[in-house]
Design a protein around this ligand. Structure first.
Ligand code: HEM
Length: 394
């Protein structure tokens, strides 16, 4: 096993000691029914067919994301909606992810005293920097931008803790949250969205909630969307960027990832997404009886798209290998629920890589020192990933 794969396995198992091995053990069969988990799909082409078959599979219903999130976020927050209403809300929210809007959000961590210039300065000065902490602070600053708070250290820390408290309650073998978890999640979310509510009421178009009001969203829809963005868009970034940098280090790709060739960087980032799969599974509920590649399913069954199996079937990290079209971008989903935040995700990744590249001069690159995986989180991640600048030995 290569160092990159060994570390990735460690990160995945630390997050999900039982569910990850269970899902991986299903990977040799394209579709298989796993007791307590559901019908597990591990083939990219079949996964796409399920995601695009809106007549038989839904995000609303038993075992689907609606079971988890409707009690916490309310009934209309994109990831628990289908059909015309879902499409209309997506269209309305689209402008929040325009290139300009995304630049504005990401710049929250990039002004002179922001976390990213600080990352460049400290690395260039020869310090050891914990990239996991930096990316957490940057993702937290973006959340603060979304909920309409200035990104003070305290606000950033509380926003990140709130997001993790809620997502940390989710377990693959349980279809929903317990009643006390729902109560706790609602309380945490209510605290997080209090400033968002004030920003919405003030209608200031410089804030995301204010812009939502301008776009015609009701206060309830806007607060639901803010909650959905925080839950979907925080840990994925916190997870991905340090894992990408670790894999580049383990495969001697750091200089190319941080070099001037934009096309090489794009391929390395996409390949990093393919092998890390920050959202390792997607859930659907069966609407009416059908079959998935020959396996019969009944109304109410749960289908688990094991994106991690679908994407990793092609092998380890190799940005020079052509990507199978069935796999391409599957890490962001497919069909009407394709990740709405992809432009924001890519802008956040680029902002961190730019900050690392700015420090990597005179033939030196950030190399990985001590690292530790985070335990018991929904999205597998490093808890610590120490970097310092050294001569590039690759
Ligand atoms: C590397 C980072 C990210 C990855 C890998 C990722 C992955 C995904 C995937 C796989 C889905 C589809 C789930 C399904 O069909 O069941 C999704 C949906 C979504 N993502 Fe992301 N995501 C990322 C970052 C973000 C960010 C930064 C945001 C910002 C707010 C975001 C917002 C959303 C939303 C709102 C949806 C629901 C869309 C809908 O149901 O119409 N994501 N994401």
């Amino acid at each position: 096993m290569t160092a990159a794969l060994r570390w990735e396995e460690h990160v995945q198992r630390a997050a999900h000691p039982l569910a990850y091995p269970a899902i991986r053990s299903a990977r040799r069969r394209p579709v298989v029914r796993v007791p307590r988990v559901g019908v597990v799909v591990s083939d990219a082409a079949i996964a796409r067919d399920v995601l695009l078959d809106l007549d038989h599979f839904s995000k609303v219903g038993p075992g689907a994301p609606s079971d988890l999130w409707t009690p916490v976020l309310g009934p209309s927050v994109l990831l628990n909606m289908e059909g015309a209403e879902h499409a209309a809300l997506r269209r309305t929210l689209g402008p929040l992810f325009s290139p300009r809007a995304v630049r504005q959000l990401v710049s929250a961590g990039a002004d002179d005293d922001g976390v990213l210039p600080d990352l460049t300065r400290r690395l260039a000065a020869g310090e050891v920097v914990d990239l996991a902490a930096v990316v957490t602070a940057q993702a937290g600053a973006v959340i603060c931008g979304m909920v309409g708070l200035p990104p003070t250290d305290h606000a950033v820390r509380s926003a990140m803790t709130a997001a993790r408290t809620i997502t940390g309650m989710v377990r693959l073998h349980r279809h929903g949250l317990t009643r006390s978890q729902v109560t706790r999640a609602r309380e945490v979310l209510e605290r997080l969205t209090t400033p968002a509510r004030a920003a919405y009421r003030a209608g200031d178009p410089a804030t995301v909630p204010g812009r939502m009001r301008d776009l015609g969203l009701s206060e309830r829809e806007a607060m639901g969307a803010v909650g959905a963005f925080v839950l979907t868009g925080t840990e994925t970034i916190q997870s991905f960027v340090p894992r990408l940098v670790a894999i580049a280090h383990d495969t001697a790709w750091t200089a190319r990832l941080l070099g001037p060739d934009a096309e090489l960087r794009r391929r390395a980032v996409e390949e990093g997404l393919r092998v890390t799969v920050p959202t390792p599974a997607m859930l659907r509920s069966v609407r009416s009886a059908t079959s998935v590649a020959g396996v019969p399913v009944a109304a109410g069954d749960r289908v688990v798209i094991a994106t991690v199996n679908c994407c990793r079937a092609a092998g380890g990290f190799d940005p020079d290998r052509p990507v199978d079209p069935a796999v391409r971008h599957l890490w962001f989903g497919a069909g009407p629920h394709f990740c709405l935040g992809m432009p924001l995700a890519m802008a956040q990744v680029d902002a961190v890589l730019d900050a690392l590249a700015a420090a990597a001069t005179d033939g030196r690159v950030p190399v990985v020192g001590r690292r530790r995986a985070e335990r018991g989180v929904l999205v597998p991640a490093y808890r610590t990933l120490e970097l310092r600048l050294e001569e590039d030995a690759a």
